[in-house]
Design a protein around this ligand. Structure first.
Ligand code: FEO
Length: 395
């Protein structure tokens, strides 16, 4: 079996994007791929397409296996343009093709493209289409992570085309989980989950239950590598991530102007580490938001520090908290901290974000004026103890 063959008569025909480093704000340091799959049967079927600029690459890859006039169906599992962007070119190149999608996907595609001349068959969960020896079963997974999100199952191969779920932004020459270091692919899957799916806890759990009931042996997502030898590992990881399961871990996020909030952050950090609890000390200004939210996914407690600037929090802290708030981490404990001068407002503004995120607030904002003296540092050590206790509750 070569590196593009996923199963008997099923081939990867997507595009590996080695150079992308920004995916609508998500920093993709290892690139990405847009996975499309060709099933060769009595009815040749393409599962998803690729981002618009790579439509010709997709057509070329399809033609390694069949001529374009032999393509019968395209399944569109998801209308987001990184997977549907090539549809106009492919539909124009293959006018005989029937596009298969759910009703919400059709409505979304209609907003993005001129679909008036496309042949479209609308399907729903539980529907099945025979394509010869194989059949396609459709599983709608609404809000995991768009309203029209859908997965397609090929039961004869126990192969689930899972769309974004279980994917990773990871450009590789290998296509499978056994072609790459497992720790790296799991790390990228976690980053992907935290940045794309964290806020859809219930829909992801529903989708996960449905996926488990199928007992697939191959998970073929629309980004990154295909899971075939470590399916249990990624399903188990998703079970944890989908409930924001906390490790015995504390995260301390901070920004600083004149090192006062930094000193408070370091004192909190030392207190937590001295107790034997894992702790990540993160300078918000030095760390991309992609990595910040990934560290928060499995943290039990998160302390967020900002000095007071113009009676509110620092802009970089606001940006990180706005991003985190949108991703709705659940079940986190924590508190705000930071310094102020003549006017207050930084730590208080951070506290408002934590309240909006429904944090279990461990204490009122921890503050010091201008620079922390021994009394303020002692208060930091005491507050660090609260973070330790919160982490030990889960460990
Ligand atoms: Fe990879 Fe939601 O698109």
């Amino acid at each position: 079996m070569n590196e593009t063959q996923v199963a008997d008569r099923v081939n990867w025909v997507g595009y590996v994007d080695w150079s992308i480093r920004d995916f609508h704000g998500y920093e993709t340091t290892r690139g990405s791929s847009y996975n499309a799959y060709l099933i060769q049967d009595e009815k040749n079927t393409l599962i998803d397409t690729v981002k618009g600029p790579y439509a010709d690459d997709l057509l070329r890859n399809i033609q390694r296996h069949i001529t374009l006039d032999k393509l019968d169906y395209i399944v569109c599992n998801h209308a987001e343009p990184d997977h549907s962007g090539a549809l106009p070119v492919v539909m124009a190149s293959c006018p005989q093709v029937e596009l298969i999608c759910d009703a919400k996907c059709k409505a979304t595609l209609e907003r993005y493209y001129d679909i008036r001349h496309w042949k479209i068959r609308v399907v729903k969960s539980g529907d099945s289409i025979s394509i010869g020896a194989y059949s396609l079963q459709f599983l709608e997974t609404p809000m995991a992570h768009w309203p029209e999100s859908m997965a397609t199952y090929l039961p004869e191969c126990k192969l689930l085309f899972s769309m974004d779920a279980f994917g990773q932004h990871y450009a590789t020459s290998g296509r499978f989980d056994d072609s790459v270091p497992l720790a790296v692919v799991l790390e990228e899957a976690k980053i992907y989950y935290a940045n794309i799916l964290m806020c859809y806890e219930r829909p992801v759990n529903n989708a996960l239950d449905a996926v488990k009931s199928l007992a697939p042996e191959i998970l073929a997502p629309s980004h990154g590598i295909i899971w075939r030898t470590q399916v249990d590992k990624i399903l188990s990881a998703y079970a944890d991530w989908s409930v924001c399961k906390a490790d015995r871990k504390v995260v301390i996020l901070y920004d600083t102007m004149w090192q006062s909030t930094a000193k408070m952050a370091h004192t909190l950090y030392e207190t937590v580490v001295d107790s034997g609890v894992q702790c990540k000390l993160i300078s918000i200004r030095a760390t991309h938001i992609t990595d910040i939210v990934t560290e928060c996914l499995d943290a039990a407690a998160i302390a967020v520090g900002s000095p007071t600037l113009n009676q509110t929090l620092m802009p970089q802290v606001a940006a990180a908290l706005t991003y985190l708030m949108g991703l709705k981490p659940s079940g986190k404990s924590g508190f705000a901290f930071g310094s102020y001068g003549w006017g207050k407002g930084g730590p208080e503004a951070v506290n408002e974000y934590l309240e909006k995120m429904k944090f279990n607030i461990l204490r009122e904002p921890l503050k010091c004026q201008y620079a922390p003296d021994e009394q303020a540092l002692a208060a930091c050590r005491e507050a660090g103890g609260l973070l330790v206790k919160a982490a030990e509750l889960v460990g």
